[in-house]
Design a protein around this ligand. Structure first.
Ligand code: ADP
Ligand code: GLC
Length: 492
């Protein structure tokens, strides 16, 4: 059988550049696809951090010059490899991508002013490589786009370029849509006849994400539950109608995790490694975490952990509001994250109010994230919505039952004895049905009651550790999806 070639277009990819789960998925899914015998390549901008890392690894070669088109400047295409060995194509335009700050914004967090052109170009290059205009001998069978920064590509392929590849629009978060003034359409090379409600127009603006949803052959979300949630409001974020019209080609595949990086048996970030058989060793990570966060070292204190972007989505404010109740009877909480100034301040204040019980680190710290997964008794994830979420899977793998709001990937990846009647023995965590401080308080109370029973608690932890969250199954599901699309195009 012919090897399927997949071009995976993304604005971020770990370890080079990562602002959240999309960066991780962009590294892990192509790697897992290659492991299954597919030929997957990543396409992303040549940011400074990417070029530095790629040059340090030794191999960056120019492979094509793409001429200027519409309002886009000419671009150089570079070829290199990710540390995993997966081939990567970099879109190199120094004026657009080599600058201070992150992929989307300047150092102060403000969006780069020219994001429409920066990510319009990324989309346009993806489309050119998937079309008959590609300058490369390597021709993808499927173009897999990810989130709004790549979402114009299906529109270019449906209206303009002569396409060769099938298109998949991957939705990681409907809350980010890439909305820009309609007058940019010319510079972006979008024909006038697309600038209406049935096209890419969204309440008087131009929506990148809507373009991807309208024109992709298939739309895939990062969990099955999220695929069902976004055909209604509020989680459709204004696009539920458009998604509803495309329901037949909308599905969800749960993300996996990198089980070699996230493995308590080998994790170098831990104070003490452990597995399901040596679970009692987890305790020394708890003491190490308390020590590192300046909390009293107390193996008996019920310790809640959180690692998250501090934004509305993640329900960080619900935890803050619930703290007076959650911290009763000597419980402790540690939080790691960065986000809105109000939430960061609230966490800093909490640590002053409860110096012996609440600790936070505002910033990004990979190593601390691992220690929190291992050292906490429960992991808090009361997200208002969560397309997939990775931490609830990490925490189960680390024997730290998660307390989650039953939405998106949190609903799909956690089993709660209370919501799976008759099968308490397979429970792996605790679900609440509403994202409120009150529900969080009740659910953590339920967790604490079970925590008091060491045997049952041990079963719960081991249930989570035994679950298979590796990418294998998900990558196989993507491979089936791609093969189906290619077969359908061949018939059409
Ligand atoms: P999202 O992409 O919506 O932020 P995910 O759960 O999919 O949510 O992925 C977030 C990833 O980023 C996780 O791997 C999480 O551990 C990591 N992360 C988030 N904030 C921090 C932080 N402050 N320090 C270290 N890792 C973080
Ligand atoms: C987004 C979502 C998150 C998901 C990640 C990777 O950032 O917010 O839930 O896990 O994408 O798909």
């Amino acid at each position: 059988m012919k090897t399927l070639k997949i071009l995976f277009a993304t604005p971020e990819c770990a370890p080079w550049v990562k602002t959240g789960g999309l960066g991780e998925v962009s590294a892990d899914l192509p790697k897992a696809l290659c492991a299954q015998g597919l030929d997957a390549q990543v396409l992303m901008p040549a940011y400074d951090s990417v070029l530095q890392a790629a040059h340090a690894a030794g191999e960056v070669a120019p492979v094509a010059e793409l001429p200027a088109a519409h309002g886009f400047p000419a671009a150089r295409l570079l070829r290199t490899h990710l540390p995993s060995g997966v081939p990567a194509l970099l879109v190199d335009v120094p004026a657009l991508y080599r600058r201070d700050g992150g992929p989307y914004g300047d150092p102060s967090g403000r969006d780069h002013e020219d994001n429409a052109i920066r990510f319009g170009l990324l989309s346009h290059v993806a489309a050119r490589l998937a079309s008959s205009e590609s300058p490369l001998p390597w021709q993808p069978d499927v173009l897999h786009c990810n989130d709004w920064p790549t979402a114009l590509a299906p529109a270019y392929l449906a209206h303009g370029l002569q396409r060769r590849a099938a298109t998949v629009m991957g939705l990681h978060n409907m809350a980010f849509q890439g909305l820009f003034p309609l007058h940019l359409a010319g510079a972006l090379g979008l024909p006038d006849h697309l600038l209406h409600m049935e096209g890419v127009e969204f309440w008087g603006q131009l929506s990148f994400l809507k373009a991807g949803i309208q024109y992709a052959d298939h739309i895939v979300t990062v969990s099955p539950t999220y695929a069902r949630e976004i055909v209604s409001e509020p989680l459709g974020c204004g696009l539920s109608g458009v998604l509803g019209n495309r329901r037949e080609v909308l599905s969800g595949i749960l993300n996996g995790i990198d089980t070699s990086v996230w493995d308590p048996a080998t994790d170098a970030h831990l104070h003490q490694t452990y597995d399901a058989v040596t679970l009692q060793r987890k305790r020394s990570n708890k003491l190490a975490l308390q020590r590192r966060m300046g909390l009293p070292e107390n193996p008996d204190a019920f310790l809640m952990g959180m690692v998250s972007r501090m934004t509305d989505q993640k329900g960080v404010d619900l935890v803050i509001a619930a703290l007076p109740e959650l911290l009763k009877d000597g419980a402790q909480v540690v939080a790691l994250g960065a986000g809105t100034p109000a939430m960061e301040t609230a966490w800093r204040e909490a640590t002053h109010v409860w110096p012996e019980q609440a600790a936070s680190f505002i910033g990004f710290d990979e190593s601390l994230a691992h220690l929190i997964e291992a050292g906490s008794d429960v992991f808090l994830m009361p997200s208002r919505f969560e397309p997939c979420g990775l931490n609830q899977m990490y925490s189960q793998r680390y024997g730290t039952p998660p307390v989650v709001h039953a939405t998106g990937g949190l609903a799909d990846a956690v089993l709660d004895a209370a919501s799976e009647p008759g099968q308490p023995s397979i429970s792996t965590g605790f679900k609440m049905n509403e994202p409120t401080a009150e529900a969080l308080i009740q659910t953590v109370r339920r967790a604490r009651e079970l925590y008091a029973d060491a045997d049952t608690w041990g079963t719960l932890c081991r249930n989570g550790m035994a679950k298979d969250f590796s990418w294998e199954g998900s990558a196989a599901a993507y491979a089936d999806l791609y093969a189906g699309l290619v077969a359908r195009r061949a018939v059409a």
